[in-house]
Structure formats: C-alpha cells, structure tokens
Design a protein around this ligand. Structure first.
Ligand code: ZN
Length: 56
C-alpha cells in the first residue's frame, strides 16, 4: 500500500498515508473541497403560509 498523496510506502501509524505531513495534506485537501463544493442541497420543507397582509 502506498501513500495516496506522495506514493511512498504507507507507515502504519499514519495509515493510509506515509507521514503526518501527508495526513495534513489530505485533510486540507478534503477541507478545501468541502468548502469549494457548491451547496446544492435544497430543503424540501413546505412553504410557510404567507401571513395575511397587515396593511393598517
Ligand atoms: Zn505521503
């Protein structure tokens, strides 16, 4: 098994990575992706009934 970041042999302590640095790299990558990913989740909640116009 090799480190997905730099393809060096995996180190048991940092599986599946080879070093703390690579775990950090992967985490940062994941984090950035999570951040840059567009939020397309649409709430499927029913619309609230519009409150009657109080035009007084
Ligand atoms: Zn690595």
């Amino acid at each position: 098994m090799t480190c997905p970041i730099c393809n060096k042999p995996t180190v048991e302590a940092y599986k599946p990575f080879c070093s703390k640095r690579c775990t950090d790299v992967d985490l940062a990558r994941w984090f950035n992706e999570a951040y840059s990913a567009p939020v397309i989740e649409i709430d499927d909640e029913p619309d609230e009934e519009p409150s009657p116009a109080n035009d007084n």
